[in-house]
Design a protein around this ligand. Structure first.
Ligand code: NAG
Ligand code: NAG
Ligand code: NAG
Ligand code: NAG
Ligand code: NAG
Ligand code: NAG
Ligand code: NAG
Ligand code: NAG
Length: 396
């Protein structure tokens, strides 16, 4: 979730989810065609009370889910299910892991459809837009020195792990830095979403106009909401500002070897993907059946002449409501596209032409980012975890 002000409301609303029945599961394993992954109540509620289907026909309690979102929901025929991770990386990783390894499900053919809101980079897209990603990058998995104590020649507070200067390739690998999903499936999903008539608001329209500059640096921000293919950053820290925006844009480029385009910022996707990677490594899920869709609720940095704090705390950007609505408006097209094309296309799967998986090559194949499997594995474990000096000592 990327909308501070709604946190309190969402916690209040979700109280009702605690007292549901525990007994929603059928005797056989549930094998949904689509699993909608929501991160908090407003994103989840975008799919409730819609004319197309009732995703809350069954409530199924799954051990290991969040205390405030303990149930998975499914339609009457179990073709579509929904989980709510809870916000940020820890919640996302543990919830998705619990579902992916639950004996209540058979998820080998299931499409995981991550559908949430996000911050947006005004250089690449605007609020209200629907963003489909190929890479998810854990941008804040770095060293950090407060800018007030930073060496003079450092351009940013963030320094890649195992390195000693901003924007140097990390030499200490955790394995969750980057995930790459099926680019062919992404393009199909984006095509489905193009059929949607996206929501917007008068406030959002007026706010976007602030990003018009003579050099057109933020031209993308001034356009109407659209469907865009670019990438998502994951960070527990909810950041705002030009310098952090630029830092994480650079991190995305660095970690994807120049292919990734930082577009959206959210707090969960890498964690969700790591859980799905581990279950895919056990053939419980299929890593080539993941769609990452984020609708833009607010800008990650201020318009020219305004401040990072204003952007985060004060600006009424008017895009939270449209972003929530567009989860449904674009998302329903994706769901319908998959269901209608199930027999001919989606049951057997969409073969990716790009590498899919993590930096280690855990699922096979050769990552098109990172230093290669062998070196990544070496750099993941050969060093003492908390001793930065010895890690720096190994710098090439
Ligand atoms: C499932 O839980 C929701 C509240 O979280 C409730 O509105 C709905 O009626 C429940 N459905 C069933 C079938 O119990
Ligand atoms: C899961 O579903 C697939 C596809 O329908 C089937 O081939 C497989 O046997 C099922 N696995 C289990 C454990 O039920
Ligand atoms: C940054 O400045 C320090 C001295 O303060 C110098 O030792 C170091 O080489 C500089 N690094 C780069 C990459 O310019
Ligand atoms: C997050 O996911 C992206 C894309 O899938 C991946 O590139 C990045 O390494 C992941 N980061 C973390 C910390 O898991
Ligand atoms: C799109 O939605 C707007 C209201 O949100 C409506 O005024 C307009 O007629 C719709 N356009 C189409 C083509 O459905
Ligand atoms: C990001 O990279 C660009 C190009 O190398 C550089 O000019 C800019 O200072 C970097 N941003 C930060 C915050 O370090
Ligand atoms: C998963 O499936 C692949 C391909 O069928 C097979 O080679 C591999 O051994 C399986 N892995 C596990 C953990 O079952
Ligand atoms: C990615 O970039 C790093 C650092 O420049 C390099 O070591 C690595 O070989 C590159 N990987 C690929 C797959 O091109």
């Amino acid at each position: 979730m990327r909308f501070l002000q709604t946190l309190a409301t969402s916690l209040l609303l979700s109280g009702s989810a605690i007292c549901v029945t525990a007994n929603g599961a059928p005797a056989h394993k549930i094998s949904p065609k689509i699993f909608i992954v929501s991160m908090f109540e407003p994103e989840a509620a975008a799919w409730w009370n819609i004319p197309d289907f009732n995703v809350r026909a069954h409530n199924i309690t799954v051990p290991g889910l969040s205390p405030i979102y303990p149930d998975v929901y499914c339609t009457e025929d179990y073709a579509i299910c929904q989980l709510i991770t809870g916000e940020s990386e820890i919640n996302a990783a543990i919830t998705v892991n619990a579902v992916a390894f639950s004996p209540q499900f058979n998820l080998t053919q299931t499409y995981f459809f991550i559908a949430g809101i996000a911050g947006v980079n005004p250089k690449r897209a605007t609020t209200g837009s629907v963003i489909f990603s190929r890479y998810a990058v854990q941008v804040a998995l770095q060293y950090e020195i407060d800018s007030r104590e930073l060496p003079k020649n450092y351009s940013t507070d963030y320094i890649p792990l195992g390195s000693d200067f901003p924007n140097k390739y990390p030499t200490n690998i955790y394995g969750t830095e980057v995930f790459e999903v099926n680019a062919d499936l992404r393009t199909m999903a984006a095509k489905f979403a193009l059929k949607a008539n996206l929501s917007d608001s008068a406030t959002a329209k007026a706010y976007r106009a602030h990003y018009a500059t003579r050099d057109g640096e933020y031209n993308a921000a001034t356009l109407s909401p659209g469907v865009v293919e670019c990438d998502v950053a994951t960070s527990d820290v909810y950041y705002s500002g030009n310098l952090l925006g630029s830092t994480f844009d650079n991190t995305t480029k660095l970690l994807t070897n120049g292919t990734g385009k930082y577009c959206a910022s959210a707090q969960e996707d890498n964690a969700t993907l790591e859980a799905l990677l581990r279950s895919s490594a056990r053939n419980l899920t299929d890593f080539s059946r993941i769609i990452i869709m984020r609708t833009a609720s607010d800008f990650d940095r201020p318009y020219p002449g305004s401040s990072a704090a204003y952007n985060l705390f004060e600006a009424d950007q008017g895009a939270f409501e449209p972003a929530i609505k567009n989860i449904y408006k674009a998302g329903i097209r994706v769901v319908q596209g998959i269901l209608h094309g199930w027999k001919d296309t989606f049951a057997k799967g969409v073969k990716p032409h790009n590498y899919v998986g993590d930096i280690f090559g855990t699922l096979g194949g050769h990552p098109d980012f990172g230093p290669g499997r062998k070196q990544a594995l070496e750099e993941s474990s050969a060093l003492k975890k908390r001793n930065a000096n010895s890690r720096l000592g190994r710098r090439r």
